[in-house]
Design a binder for this molecule. Sequence first.
Ligand code: NAD
Length: 301
Amino acid sequence: MSQIAFIGLGNMGAPMALNLLKAGHRLRVYDLSAAAMDKLASAGAQCASSAADAVLEAEVVISMLPASRHVEALYFGAKNSPGILGLIADDALVLDCSTIAPQTAIQLASAAAERGLSLLDAPVSGGTAGAAAGTLTFMVGGLLNDLERARPILSAMGKNIFHAGSYGAGQTAKICNNMLLGILMAGTAEALALGVANGLDAHVLSDIMRQSSGRNWALELYNPCPGVMDNVPASRGYSGGFGVDLMLKDLGLAAESARTVQAAVPLGELARNLYALHSQQGAGALDFSSIYSLLGRKAED
Ligand code: NAD
């Protein structure tokens, strides 16, 4: 069992860290939110006073932060805090599970390699339910040897572990997946809102589409219409889950990624604009399935 530093205990990080504790690992955790750390402390984790404090004596370092700028500040340092890259033990394994720009992941990996550290980009899919159940999918970028070293740790948090390619490839795979997710959630919300505006029962329409050619992940596991499914953000006021602003960030990463190779991503751009509009109207902190309320309101006008 390993001594693990876990940094970032939000909607995803907290349940992932809990699964590592359940698997018998020793955790020293850090988050800017004291409440987030308290929850882990009551499950047996040690609380660190800073990220630098968390990584001391860690054999494995895991970060689960919102975006590229948070990951850069953590490892390379920001105005008032030194980066942790120089503090991590020489033989430690570093896993960044945040969804960030592939370019940032590559910069981080090369800085880590200069120090002789093993580092992987290992973003996840499966949502908060997958994080709690320990069934996440990991999309890993980096060296195969390092992935084999990481496998027992990743297996405690997920059930599908893919090697996407070299450094940054895990992030590229994740960005492609989330562009599709953003599009399919908006499309599913639009179809449901159209049916409801025309007098259909949302349960009945969801059942029909789930058994028809419109079938998809949102209809099966994450219905965006309130009341259709238990235990999804739509049925608890769109709280928890995957924030609109995080989806907006991922669609922005997809747009940047498309520009670098001059790819056309018209549906991804359209989805990005929809989530940007939704965020501007105050929904940034709600779960991304709340895009239903943007499209639903329009259908009722
Ligand atoms: P979140 O906003 O719920 O949690 C982020 C946590 O990081 C917060 O607790 C925050 O306090 C903490 N934090 C921020 N800066 C910090 C710092 N410098 N030091 C320590 N802690 C810091 O986000 P989340 O939903 O857990 O997502 C985390 C990452 O996983 C994101 O990159 C997201 O895109 C990705 N992701 C999320 C989901 C999902 O369903 N929520 C699914 C797959 C991937």
